[in-house]
Design a protein around this ligand. Structure first.
Ligand SMILES: NC(=O)c1ccc[n+]([C@@H]2O[C@H](COP(=O)([O-])OP(=O)(O)OC[C@H]3O[C@@H](n4cnc5c(N)ncnc54)[C@H](O)[C@@H]3O)[C@@H](O)[C@H]2O)c1
Length: 248
C-alpha cells in the first residue's frame, strides 16, 4: 500500500516505534514531520530520509508544539493529511505512591498531546478533503497492569476520546483509529538486558512467542490506517501485539 501525496506529523517520530513509523511512511511515498525531544535521533532520521522527513525538536507535552508541527508540515510540504500520536512518556509506580508529577507527565505527553495535535490538525485535514489520525493505546491499559495507573488512565482516556472524535469528524472524512503495539524498541531491549527473567516471562505470554519488530510488525499497521485501504474504518483499536491481548 502506497502513501504518495500524504503529509503526516508523527509525534515521538525520531526513535522507537515512532522512528520506525516515520521511515516506513517515507519509504511508501509520504512526507513526514517528526516531532521529538531526541535531537540526535532526529538528525539520524533526516539523514536516512533525504528531505522527505523533517525533524522538529519539541516536547509534545508543551501546548505550543502541536501548532508548530502542523504549521511546519503545511509550510514545507503544502498540506497535512495525517497525524500519528505516538509519543507518551510515563513512570511505573504503585497507585498509592503516585505523585502529581507522575500523573502530569503521563497526561501531558499522552492524553493532552493527543488532544492538542488532533485539534491543531483539524482545519488542515478538512482543507485537504479529509485525513487519518492514528493514536496509540496499550495492552497494559486494557488489562490493568499493576504500577501503570497514570499510564493506563491516560491511554484509556486517549481511546475514549478517539472514539468520540471518530464519530464527530466522520462527516468531514477524517478517520481516527488506534494501534495497541508490543514491540522490541531500543527501550525494551535495554529493559530486557536489565531484567532478563521479566522479559522472558513477558515473551512467553505472547501467543506468537516474540515481541514485535517496530518496522515490520507495527509500522505497517499504522501505514494501513493512514492509507485508503482502511478508508471505511474509524473508531477502531487494532492490536499489533502477536495476540498478547484481545478486545471483544
Ligand atoms: N514498545 C512497546 O512494546 C509498547 C507497548 C504498548 C504501547 N506502546 C506505545 O507505543 C508508543 C511508542 O512506544 P515506544 O516504546 O516506541 O516509546 P519510546 O519510549 O521508545 O519513545 C518513542 C519516542 O518518543 C520520544 N519522546 C518521549 N517523550 C517525548 C516528548 N515529551 N515529546 C516528544 N517526543 C518524546 C522519544 O525521544 C522517542 O524518540 C507509545 O505511545 C507507547 O506508550 C509501546
Amino acid at each position: 500500500m502506497q502513501l504518495q501525496d500524504q503529509v503526516v506529523v508523527v509525534t515521538g517520530g525520531a526513535a522507537g516505534i515512532g522512528g520506525a513509523v516515520s521511515r516506513v511512511l517515507v519509504r511508501r511515498g509520504a512526507k513526514v514531520v517528526a516531532v521529538d525531544i531526541d535531537a540526535d535521533a532526529g538528525a539520524a532520521l533526516e539523514a536516512d530520509c533525504g528531505g522527505d522527513a523533517v525533524f522538529l525538536a519539541g516536547d509534545v507535552g508543551a501546548p505550543e508544539t502541536a501548532e508548530a508541527a502542523v504549521a511546519l508540515a503545511v509550510e514545507r510540504f503544502g498540506k497535512l493529511t495525517g497525524v500519528v500520536n505516538n509519543a507518551h512518556a510515563s513512570r511505573q509506580v504503585p497507585f498509592v505512591d503516585l505523585t502529581q508529577d507522575v500523573w502530569d507527565l503521563s497526561f501531558n505527553t499522552g492524553f493532552n498531546a493527543t488532544r492538542n495535535f488532533m485539534l491543531a490538525a483539524y482545519s488542515h485535514l478538512k482543507a485537504a478533503g479529509g485525513g487519518s489520525i492514528v493514536n496509540f493505546g496499550s495492552g497494559a491499559a486494557i488489562v490493568g497492569q499493576p504500577t501503570q495507573g497514570a499510564y493506563a488512565s491516560a491511554k484509556e482516556a486517549i481511546r475514549g476520546l478517539s472514539r468520540v472524535v471518530a464519530n464527530e469528524w466522520a462527516r468531514d472524512n477524517i478517520r481516527v483509529n488506534l494501534v495497541s503495539p508490543m514491540a522490541l524498541t531500543e527501550g525494551v531491549v535495554a529493559w530486557s538486558k536489565a531484567f532478563p527473567d521479566l522479559y522472558e516471562a513477558s515473551r512467553e505470554k505472547v501467543p506468537m512467542g516474540r515481541f514485535g519488530d517496530p518496522e515490520t510488525d507495527v509500522a505497517p499497521v499504522v501505514a494501513f490506517l493512514l492509507s485508503d485501504d482502511s478508508v471505511y474504518m474509524t473508531g477502531q483499536t487494532l492490536m499489533a501485539d502477536g495476540g498478547a491481548n484481545k478486545i471483544y
